[in-house]
Design a protein around this ligand. Structure first.
Ligand SMILES: [Zn+2]
Length: 636
């Protein structure tokens, strides 16, 4: 009896020590991860309370993992504790000492690598310093006095009282976080059930492809047959040849598609964020109110998590399994800690978990970007199956977004298969703002791979309903700009397709009228017989669907790149551009200087003809300030 209770107390004492070590070690490491700019980055698009919430989520998760690890180690130590029953104290002490040494070594090493990364020294310097660190540790362990100090350095955390406090605090924090999320998830207004007795007779299907540049599509005149199916679809559709995205990357563009407002109004500037503003209505909530069954399947995590806030207006919005297997299970199991409450940043939590998990497994970080096009359409089909007739469905297909991974049947079509496979995603051509002319040949080869991937995207089957095909932004392989997310707003990064087929349309139409993405939501409402609310910036393009356009020079498209701004402050960084059908003018908000590019040079990031045509430059600058009067005011 007596020896049993001694055993139990040794076990409990060791468990507390190991758990404390786990918590201390991991929370310290998490602190290092949060410190280099991450918290500061959050302040750009999260309120102070949300930043605190996000820090809490990560610290609490680190502590939870510490508890789990401590428990795993106690299971390992258990047989030893039983076997050496005569000297249990020594086993406890020896195990604790090993744990202390491991935690101190791992944390100091991690701190060192983090510091070296901040100082941006070379890899040789890093290797030398890490070896020095290892040696210093071994030496410290060999010198009795240093060893004693080392082993005693974490004693403050290892007492039964401190250990118990840490475990209790972690569990209390978990409960507090869950209660917060739960409370917020249920205070949102929610979408009221539509009070419409009769469902609309027609359906509206919006298909947007991620990073699909109109410049690469055969139907827009590209030299390779990249979009045979869309070409066929366009034969009885209306094709808008001068349609532009409002941003050069996903999240702000998706927010505009959702609201018909410019990024400067939605205040979505970064890759993560939520639509701001006094009203919570969106295109799907308006369609819902008009009696439509609404659903979406969005296979880009940034798009999905932006749209899936509690008041999004979609009846059915399943969360795609962005990365099947263990990561998805982990995400599902820890769901109570990242509910869909609209507090904090769910996509930041997903991306962090994904990068931690994939970093740990040595997998590429962007596996979620590999959702296959057929899987996107299949997911959308399942959503449609659950919707009544008279539906509005939005499918966002991550294809042909980088990394370019064509289906097997498309490989080798434009580029030798061997070369296509050789393009590891971490090539020398990273997300560079612009590349040198001598790299053009490399970029051209990648362009062919993108073109093959585009073929794969093109294969999705379109159902026989009223269909709109577009993209969130473009992709560039010219003029010194590779891929998208570019502040220069060059044409290939924003020139996107817009193809609309109304029910029963038999003939092809071409509309050269210049418009941008803010027109999408008003057009869809117009097709649904609904009037556009006053707060939408764009105008419906539906009138163009019934008459042939000759107004090539008419219309204007605006684009913005505002990533460097906090959403809580006036806009002082980034670029705002306008295209009028002949020229593009891009205003740099930092320098207040603008560049004027004729449309046939607007793919070149540093082209500028404003000295040759100052009147045009002035006219377009005025157009920008007229469209965004707040900008002139805020820029001061
Ligand atoms: Zn995108």
């Amino acid at each position: 009896m007596h020896s049993n209770s001694v055993f139990r107390s040794s076990l409990v004492s060791l468990w507390f020590r190991l758990v404390s070590l786990g918590i201390v070690g991991l929370v310290f490491a998490e602190g290092l991860v949060l410190a280099p700019g991450k918290v500061q980055g959050w302040t750009f698009y999260l309120t102070t309370w949300e930043v605190i919430f996000e820090v809490m989520v990560r610290v609490v998760c680190a502590a939870l993992v510490g508890i789990i690890l401590g428990t795993v180690f106690i299971a390992v130590a258990l047989p030893f504790l039983r076997y050496f029953s005569a000297s249990q104290d020594r086993v406890v002490q020896w195990t604790t000492n090993t744990g202390v040494v491991l935690v101190l070594f791992a944390d100091s090493r991690f701190a060192l690598t983090t510091l070296i990364k901040w100082s941006q020294h070379g890899s040789r310097f890093m290797t030398a310093l890490l070896m020095l660190h290892f040696l210093a540790f071994v030496v410290a362990l060999c010198i009795a006095r240093a060893r004693r100090e080392l082993l005693a350095s974490l004693d403050g955390f290892l007492g039964a009282k401190a250990a118990r406090a840490m475990v209790v605090a972690t569990l209390a924090a978990v409960i507090a976080l869950e209660v917060t999320e739960f409370a917020f998830a249920h205070t949102g207004g929610g979408v009221k059930a539509a009070q419409i007795s009769q469902r609309p007779k027609s359906n509206v299907l919006l298909i947007s492809f991620d990073a699909l540049s109109a410049e690469e599509m055969s139907m827009y005149g590209y030299k390779l047959p990249t979009t045979p199916n869309l070409d066929a679809f366009a034969r009885n559709s209306t094709v808008f040849t001068n349609f532009y995205s409002v941003e050069t990357f996903t999240t702000p563009s998706i927010a505009t598609m959702l609201t018909g407002r410019y990024p400067s109004e939605t205040r979505v500037f970064q890759l993560q964020g939520t639509v701001q503003g006094e009203r919570t209505q969106t295109l799907p909530s308006l369609m819902h109110d008009a009696g439509y069954g609404t659903g979406a399947f969005l296979t880009n995590p940034f798009a999905h998590y932006l749209v899936s806030n509690p008041d999004n207006g979609f009846d059915i919005l399943p969360e795609p399994a962005f990365q099947s297997g263990a990561l998805q299970h982990l995400w599902d199991w820890t769901r109570p800690l990242h509910q869909n409450s609209g507090v904090g940043s769910r996509v930041a939590e997903y991306i962090d978990l994904e990068s931690d998990w994939n970093g740990f497994r040595n997998l590429p970080g962007n596996l979620s970007m590999r959702f296959r096009p057929d899987a996107s359409f299949e997911g959308a089909r399942k959503v449609v199956d659950q919707l009544p007739d008279g539906f509005f469905l939005w499918v966002h297909v991550i294809t042909p977004h980088h990394p370019y991974l064509p289906d097997p049947e498309d490989r080798g079509r434009f580029l030798s298969e061997a070369e296509g496979r050789k393009f590891a995603e971490n090539s020398e051509l990273q997300w560079v703002p612009h590349y040198n002319p001598d790299q053009q040949a490399q970029v051209d080869r990648r362009r062919l791979l993108y073109d093959e991937f585009l073929l794969s995207a093109d294969r999705g089957k379109l159902s026989n309903t009223s269909v709109i095909v577009s993209a969130d932004h473009g992709e560039s392989f010219e003029g010194g700009i590779f891929r998208h997310e570019s502040p220069y707003l060059t044409r290939p990064t924003i020139h996107i397709p817009l193809i609309i087929r109304t029910p029963g349309q038999q003939q092809a139409r071409t509309v050269a009228f210049t418009a941008d993405q803010t027109a999408l939501a008003p057009t869809i409402l117009d097709l649904a017989g609904q009037s556009k609310p006053g707060w939408m910036d764009g105008q419906s393009l539906a009138p163009w669907l019934s008459r042939e356009s000759t107004d090539a020079g008419k219309g204007m498209a605006f684009a913005q790149f505002l990533e460097k701004n906090s959403i809580f402050k006036p806009l002082t960084h980034g670029t705002v551009g306008v295209i009028d059908g002949q020229y593009q003018f891009v205003l740099d908000l930092d320098t207040k200087k603008g560049t004027l590019r004729p449309l046939n040079e607007s793919q070149i990031w540093n082209a500028d003809r404003s000295a040759e045509n100052p009147a045009k430059a002035q006219e377009l600058l005025k157009a920008i300030y007229t469209r965004f009067p707040k900008l002139r005011h805020e820029a001061k």
